[in-house]
Ligand binder design. Structure first.
Ligand code: PLP
Length: 389
């Protein structure tokens, strides 16, 4: 059992090094100076571990890396300028021209773009599979398959993968497993415990938690993180600025408190919604009616504030009016994991000239419950409800 409080509050911090300051300093410096040629030489010889230049190492950023590694239970972690950078960097570090990647169906949109559109330019092939079924993953494995890209749960319909089974299959075929763990966060799921090789996060969501920065993380062995830093990371340069690392540290302090509160309120809102006649179904991995509830409860300790609702069939105008009426309480915005409640009504993607409709109906809405009280949010639903009728 992890000591969450110790990790979030103290781990990686050396207060004696900065006047006993309770909060670590923001070392907003691009480069670091050395008093002698010999010490400068030593820093060059061990650039991954020394503070030489902030594209590589920075003391404020290093505290964040240590905390995130401890939260995931990985040997090491690195932080990057976005979750998308974390995903792309982790995947690219494990493939070369001629290789093949297997990815879950319906991953995060920019993961889809990376594997489906970007990597083919460099001769990397792919298969998207229904990974709720381990046999479909196995059937897609080719002699040149190198990476199995998972996302469990995804952040719209929450399909999950059997992580232990995926890890065992990958070992048998010498594939590197990568999982996007942004939905559960390290507080509710630690894929490394199930044998997954690399965990990636969009820290823009729960980890930073205040909708104020874009940030990503990769967690793995020391060898893997070292390899990624010295190759993809240093050449592509997807750096997290020390200022944003400092904000991430501040947000991270309350990870546990925020998640528990969001999670509790989301469950209250969900149980109210489930009683309403106008609701067709609710999707939440730890709802007993969820298709993969048993597997979810074996792998996850909780499920946070993000869930989806499908309302019974009705004209798109009603969905629009209802969503508009809710927009002062559930802000109409992408992302999630901050302090404020949000909604993405899928009717927004219908009647769009430039986009195909999503794989869900216009009556489907993704909600995120932030730190408002459940009673307040339910009262807002009640006020807006007549628009549905
Ligand atoms: C937001 C998100 C990402 C991308 O992260 P950014 O920090 O926005 O680059 C990746 N995966 C999932 C599941 C996300 O929700």
């Amino acid at each position: 059992m992890k000591n969450w409080t110790e990790i979030l509050m103290h781990l990686g911090e050396d207060r004696t090094a900065y006047y006993g300051a309770v909060t670590p300093p923001l070392i907003q410096s691009s480069n670091f100076a050395f008093p002698t040629v010999q010490s400068f030489r030593e820093a060059f010889e061990d650039e991954a571990a020394q503070h030489l230049y902030s594209r590589g190492n920075n003391p404020t950023t290093l505290i964040l890396r240590k905390k995130i590694a401890a939260l995931e239970g990985s040997e090491d972690a690195m932080v990057l300028g976005s979750g998308a950078a974390a995903i792309a960097t982790a995947v690219m570090a494990n493939i070369k021209a001629g290789d093949h990647v297997i990815c879950v169906n319906k991953p995060y949109s920019w993961t889809q773009k990376l594997i489906g559109t970007f990597l083919p330019r460099f001769g990397v092939k792919h298969s998207f599979v229904d990974a709720t079924d381990i046999q479909q993953i196995e059937a897609a494995i080719r002699p040149n398959t190198k990476v199995l890209m998972l996302e469990s749960p995804n952040s719209l319909t929450y399909e999950i993968q059997d992580l232990a089974a995926c890890a065992a299959l990958a070992k048998k075929h010498q594939l590197t497993t990568i999982i996007d763990n942004s939905y559960a966060s390290p507080y509710y799921q630690n894929p490394i415990d199930f044998g997954i090789d690399i965990v990636v996060h969009s820290g823009s969501k729960y980890l930073s938690g205040h909708s104020d920065i874009i940030f990503g993380a990769i967690c793995s062995t020391k060898a893997m993180i070292g390899k990624i830093i010295s190759t993809e990371y240093m050449t592509l340069g997807p750096v997290l600025s020390p200022n944003d690392a400092w904000l991430a540290l501040r947000g991270l302090r309350t990870l546990r408190t925020r998640l528990e509160q969001s999670s509790l309120s989301a469950q209250k809102v969900i149980s109210w919604l489930k009683q309403q006649e106008e609701v067709d179904y609710v999707l939440y991995p730890l709802d007993p009616n969820f298709d993969q509830y048993e597997l979810a409860s074996q792998q996850m300790r909780g499920a946070g504030g993000l869930f989806s609702v499908n309302f019974k069939e009705r004209p798109i105008e009603k969905m629009e009016a209802f969503s508009n009426a809710l927009a002062d309480a559930f802000l109409m915005a992408v992302s999630w994991g901050g302090y404020e409640s949000l909604q993405i009504p899928s009717c927004v993607f219908y009647r769009m000239a430039s986009k195909e409709p999503p794989p869900v109906p216009a009556t489907f809405v993704r909600y995120y419950v932030g730190l408002e009280s459940a009673e307040f949010l339910i009262s807002k639903f009640k006020q807006a409800w007549h628009h549905l009728l």
